[in-house]
Design a protein around this ligand. Sequence first.
Ligand code: DCM
Ligand code: MG
Length: 265
Amino acid sequence: MADKTTSSSSVSTSTSRDQRDKIQSFVFLDLETTGLISPIQITELALISVHRKSMDDARARWKLTPRIVDKLVLCIDPEIEVEPDAEKITGLSRSLLRHNGKSTFNVQICQQLEGFFKRQEEPICLIAHNGDQYDFPILARSLFELNDSGVGNLDLMCADSLSAFRAVYPKKGSYKLTSLLLSTFGNTYNEHTAEDDAIGLMKLSINSWEKIRVWFEQNSTKRLQDYHTVSRSSSGALKRKRSDDNADEQALFMSPSAGAHPCHF
Ligand code: DCM
Ligand code: MG
């Protein structure tokens, strides 16, 4: 009798601990920016947060759009000019952002982000496509350079969906977000718009949820703060992020270990 009690209570303790440690909120992140040349500033940010339960349910029901999501989409004055190529693909220029009265990445934006993350059940994991090289360090720098950013107190795990899709589907020809969406769902979408890129990433993740979720859980070891340390400790201009031609595809999306990081602060 005593043994039984002990063993059942130890099982329930470990189950609940297990449950507690599991990612509860998956936050799909995408940034539009001034381009590829350092210093890179954010022109648009999208966060789409979906609870683990909704991701599980969506997959089980073959629905790619969960009913319950929190979204935050912000357009931001980057304080420097947007590179012509970036302006062309995103439709965002500094003057357009300013004429629409958008603020710079200031303390108020940090507070909005902090409020957004505080609404999500922890543990929280940010997911971004090529996030390790691009979105995570850029967001971390923007946030943590403002010293009074309360986001620094939050525990935000990070997982790069580009690495995830490479690992889970090693034989794909291209791992660009647009290519993955086209090959998976057969349609194009409004790419280079932060919200649509983040939603596309969410749908791809739901579609491959069983495998991708396991990868996210096993590989979300870094925290957002860690990317700021990396960006401070290295020097040199940020080179390339993503490009639409095949050479860049080869360099950036197919063989990350060969040569220099495409995004190196
Ligand atoms: N970017 C760029 N040129 C490209 C691709 C991307 O300057 N060919 C920059 C500007 C985009 C940012 O990267 O705002 C994010 O790219 P994406 O829209 O793919 O998320
Ligand atoms: Mg984008």
